[in-house]
Design a protein around this ligand. Structure first.
Ligand code: AMP
Length: 385
C-alpha cells in the first residue's frame, strides 16, 4: 500500500481537475493557475466557489457516470476537495490518469469506522472508541467507555454534524435514534487541553514534509481560529508531526493530508480524525508559508518536487461564518481601517447562512499570539455599524 507510485510528471499547461466545487477546490484551482496549469472542477452547482475561478467546469454529482465521463474528458490528473467521493469513481478515473489522493486513502477516511480501525491496526493513538451498529453494541459502548460519550455517524459527518453527546445511559437509545440508527462510532469524552492539527504533503516518491503544528479553537464544533506555530512545546510538536507522517505513510497517500489531534490535559496526543486533503487549519499557509498547502497539492498531483513548508512568519487565521452577514454586508471598511495588514479571503458564496464558511482572514505577525489578537479584532470590526 505504501510503495511509491510510478512518477508521471505533468507540466504546465496540463489540465488538472478537482472533484468538489467549494472553497478548497477554489483555492486548489487558484494555486494551479498561478503555476500555469489549466484547472477545472466537477461541482454540484454551476456558479460555486470553484467554478467561478475555473478554466472549465462540469456540473453534476461526483458519482454520476455521465458527469464523470465529461470531467474525465477535461482532466489529465484528478484530485479531490472532500472525502465523500465514491471509491469506484476514483478507481475508474485512475485507470487512465493520476488520481491523488488515491481511492484507498479516500475510502478509509470517508468512514469513521474504517478510519479508526485502520489507525488502531497501525498502532496510532486514538481516544477510546467502540463501533455501534446494533443496540447490543450501543449498550456495550456505554458500559465499556463510561460516560459521557459522543456518538458520531460513521458516514458523512463534518463540522460536528451527525454527533450527539450522551451523558446518561438512559439517553443512549434516543441519541442513536436521533442519528437514524445508522452505523456509528462511540467515543469516550476526551478532556483535552487543546486541539491541534498537522498538514502533511507527500509526493509520489514517498518523500513527505509537514507544516508546523496548528493550534485550533472550535466554536459550535466548527473551526473558529488557527494559530501556527502552536505553542505546545518542541516535544509535543515533534510527536504530532511524526504521527501525522506515520498516518500519511501507512495510507500511502500521495497529496496533502491533515491529521487533527486532541492534546489531553495529561499531554497525550490522540488522533481525532484525518482529512485526505488540504484543511481549514492550513489556509494560513497561503500567505505564511514558503509553499502553501494548495500548491503542495498541485505539486504532488503533478509529480513535481514538494516545496518548503517553512513559515516566513507566525500567523493566525479566523473563519468568517455566515452569521457575520446577519444584518447585511459586513463592514469591510471598519476592518481595513483597524488593520490594513489583514488578508481577506472570500469564497464567492451567494447566500450566507449561520455556520456557513464564507471566507477567512489571515494575519502574519512576528508574535503568534498577537497575530491571533489582531485577526479577532479585525473580525470584530466587521460587525461595527
Ligand atoms: P469532529 O467532527 O469529530 O472533529 O468533532 C468536532 C469537534 O467536537 C471537535 O473538534 C471537538 O471540539 C469536539 N469533539 C469531538 N469528539 C470529541 C470527544 N471524543 N471528546 C471531546 N470533544 C470532542
Amino acid at each position: 500500500m505504501n510503495v511509491p507510485e510510478p512518477s508521471i510528471v505533468l507540466r504546465p499547461p496540463a489540465s488538472l481537475g478537482v472533484i468538489g466545487g467549494g472553497q478548497l477546490g477554489r483555492m486548489f484551482i487558484q494555486a494551479a493557475q498561478r503555476l500555469g496549469y489549466r484547472a477545472g472542477v466537477l461541482g454540484a452547482i454551476p456558479d460555486g466557489p470553484g467554478a467561478q475561478v475555473a478554466h472549465w467546469s462540469v456540473v453534476g454529482p461526483p458519482d454520476s457516470l455521465s458527469a464523470l465521463r465529461n470531467f474525465a474528458g477535461h482532466a489529465e490528473a484528478v484530485t479531490v476537495e472532500f472525502e465523500n467521493v465514491s471509491a469506484p469513481a476514483l478507481r475508474w478515473l485512475a485507470r487512465t490518469r493520476p488520481v491523488r489522493p488515491g481511492w484507498r486513502t479516500v475510502w478509509v477516511s470517508q468512514n469513521r469506522l474504517r478510519e479508526k480501525t485502520f489507525l488502531a491496526r497501525n498502532n496510532l493513538p486514538l481516544a477510546p472508541w467502540r463501533p455501534v451498529r446494533t443496540e447490543v453494541e450501543l449498550a456495550e459502548a456505554v458500559r465499556g467507555l463510561g460516560l459521557p460519550i459522543i456518538l458520531k455517524t460513521a458516514d458523512s459527518g463534518y463540522d460536528g454534524k451527525g454527533q450527539v453527546r450522551i451523558d446518561e445511559a438512559s439517553q443512549a437509545l434516543s441519541a442513536w435514534n436521533q442519528l437514524g440508527r445508522v452505523n456509528c462510532v462511540a467515543e469516550g469524552w476526551v478532556r483535552f487541553a487543546s486541539e491541534v492539527s498537522v498538514v502533511v504533503a507527500r509526493g509520489a516518491d514517498g518523500k513527505a514534509l509537514t507544516y508546523p503544528v496548528g493550534l485550533n479553537r472550535h466554536e459550535r464544533h466548527i473551526l473558529d481560529s488557527t494559530v501556527m506555530p502552536a505553542s505546545v512545546g518542541p516535544i509535543v510538536s515533534h510527536e504530532a508531526q511524526d504521527l501525522a507522517l506515520a498516518v500519511a505513510q501507512a495510507l500511502g497517500t500521495v497529496g496533502v493530508l491533515t491529521v487533527e489531534f486532541f492534546l489531553t490535559i495529561e499531554g497525550r496526543l490522540l488522533i481525532n480524525e484525518i482529512a485526505p486533503r488540504p484543511h481549514n487549519s492550513g489556509h494560513l499557509t497561503i500567505e505564511a508559508a514558503v509553499t502553501s498547502q494548495f500548491e503542495q497539492q498541485v505539486r504532488a498531483l503533478c509529480g513535481l518536487p514538494l516545496g518548503s513548508t517553512d513559515l516566513a512568519m507566525p500567523a493566525s487565521m479566523v473563519n468568517l461564518l455566515g452569521d457575520l452577514w446577519k444584518d447585511g454586508e459586513p463592514n469591510w471598511s471598519a476592518m481595513w481601517n483597524r488593520d490594513p495588514g489583514v488578508k481577506l479571503h472570500l469564497y464567492g458564496k451567494q447566500t450566507a447562512a449561520p455556520g456557513r464558511k464564507m471566507g477567512h482572514l489571515t494575519v502574519l505577525d512576528p508574535d503568534a499570539d498577537t497575530a491571533l489578537d489582531r485577526a479577532i479584532a479585525a473580525r470584530r470590526a466587521l460587525i461595527e455599524r
